[in-house]
Design a protein around this ligand. Structure first.
Ligand code: SF4
Ligand code: SF4
Length: 458
């Protein structure tokens, strides 16, 4: 039953276009407890994982600046970009599939914005300023020492927490050692890192102290996509309108909803879930807990607001799998197979050999013709290697490297050049196909093809 003009504007904007500040009541209940446990695990992982290393390498690192990535202790290079791309596409599809079936579970249970806002910053606010009514009262009070103390304490803790979260995020990007250097060495040596730290601390403080749920309703692209991802079969936080309506304050008449407004009071985005699925709903389950406690009090079955699909409520049957979800699952499986294939066939040492740009052939004093080639060897292993390059075809050709030994450091990149010499009487084309073999010891690592240019056939 539509009871409001909720379709015309979002709940946190007034008719005059002003921000409506949401003061949700403190949530309590079993779902809140489960979410607290999940939040605790995820926050611990976020702060703890950057400290974990495997054989001296980070377990996870997303070093965008130096284009080095570690996933589960395995280093990924720019040359592995196709694997990374497939992994990202698979992840995106997984999120889409998951959203189609289970709605905004991510938003309510795993999104860092919701976790930090509802499970950390909001809790500190409740602890210092009290529940919603006390907060409203405190805000309405004229300035006084108690108000000043509470507000300063809250915002002081918010700033410290924002700084800690920023540091944790930086640790995922620059690594824990580099972060430690930024924190301990003179600012002048890490101006960029220091400015980033200040900026993100300020940004996060603004988000959690002021912008809050507006991130979910106005900014987050995932939130905005819900309209195209969800349908009447998606499992979401739903109000059972068949059971609840007509709502009445008399417990013995009408539906089970006694219009107590508790579900609205606890909502951190300020909506009334009884109006149906709305863009603002982050599926935080606070209204489910609130309504369950009311149902328990009035001795009615819990679950008037529950995880269900619109069709499930309408028909009384939950059917999770349909043609669309099966189709998405098949695509996901194909992508996962491709990622596994790329990961298992990934080259630990990768060579790129190209004729030096802008160079041409040279005639040597002994009559031979030479071409200059650039070689780039990426060692993705954690051991030092000394590769050799052999000219496989044509077998009469010779190679002369310009460095005496080709040592590539662990996780290092060697860039050097070499000459290829061919006898003119054996050249049959202007561009002779070349085949190089890159070996480490006796082991063939890679076969690389290129071409040799010459004046032509004699
Ligand atoms: S409607 Fe319920 S689940 Fe949705 S945001 Fe509000 S309290 Fe959370
Ligand atoms: S908490 Fe339950 S009973 Fe109270 S208004 Fe919301 S849906 Fe109705």
């Amino acid at each position: 039953m539509d009871t409001d003009n909720f379709r015309d504007h979002i709940s946190t904007v007034s008719d005059e276009g002003k921000r409506v500040w949401v003061h949700p009541h403190k949530p309590k209940g079993r779902y809140n407890t489960y979410r607290q446990i999940v939040a605790f695990i995820l926050i611990s992982l976020m702060f703890g994982l950057p400290f974990v290393s495997v054989s001296g390498r980070p377990l996870f690192l997303f070093d965008i600046i130096n284009r080095k990535f570690y996933l589960f202790g395995v280093g990924f290079w720019p040359q592995d970009f196709h694997i990374f791309l497939f992994m990202m596409i698979s992840l995106l599809l997984f999120i889409i599939l998951f959203t189609v079936i289970f709605g905004r579970i991510w938003c309510g249970w795993a999104c860092p914005q919701t976790i930090f806002m509802e499970m950390v910053f909001r809790k500190i606010e409740y602890w210092i300023e009290g529940d919603a009514r006390q907060q409203i009262k405190l805000n309405a009070e004229p300035n006084n020492p108690t108000k000043f103390f509470k507000k300063s304490l809250k915002h002081g803790i918010f700033i410290i927490l924002s700084w800690m979260i920023t540091n944790s995020l930086l640790a995922w990007i620059v690594g824990i050692d580099e972060l430690f250097k930024i924190m301990t060495e003179p600012i002048s040596e890490h101006t960029g890192g220091f400015v980033a730290m200040l900026f993100f601390t300020g940004f996060l403080y603004w988000v959690y102290a002021s912008f809050r749920e507006q991130i979910c309703t106005l900014v987050c692209p995932y939130g905005r996509l819900q309209g195209v991802l969800l349908d009447e079969k998606s499992i979401l936080v739903h109000y059972d309108f068949l059971r609840g309506e007509p709502r009445t304050k008399k417990k013995t008449e009408g539906g089970d909803c006694i219009d107590c407004h508790h579900c609205v009071d606890v909502c951190p985005t300020g909506i009334d879930i009884r109006n149906g699925t709305q863009l603002e709903c982050i599926n935080c389950t606070a209204c489910m807990d609130a309504c369950d406690s009311i149902m328990t009090k009035i001795k009615k079955p819990t679950g008037l607001i529950r995880y269900a699909s619109f069709n499930g409520i309408k028909n009384g049957v939950e059917k999770i799998f349909n043609a669309r979800t099966i189709g998405y699952s098949a695509i996901l499986l194909i992508l996962l197979s491709l990622v596994t294939f790329f990961l298992t066939t990934r080259q630990p040492i990768e060579a790129t050999i190209l004729r030096t740009p802008g160079s041409t052939f040279q005639k040597m004093a002994d009559g031979q013709i030479s071409n200059l080639f650039n070689v780039q060897i990426a060692n993705k292993t954690f051991d030092e290697v000394t590769p050799t390059i052999v000219l496989k075809n044509p077998s009469h050709g010779k190679i002369r490297t310009i460095t005496s030994d080709m040592i590539v450091k662990p996780e290092g990149l060697l860039q050097t050049a070499f000459f290829v010499y061919l006898s003119p009487e054996k050249i049959q084309h202007v561009a002779t196909p070349l085949e190089f073999e890159v070996l480490v010891g006796e082991k063939l690592i890679q076969t690389v093809r290129s071409s040799f240019i010459s004046p032509g056939i004699k």
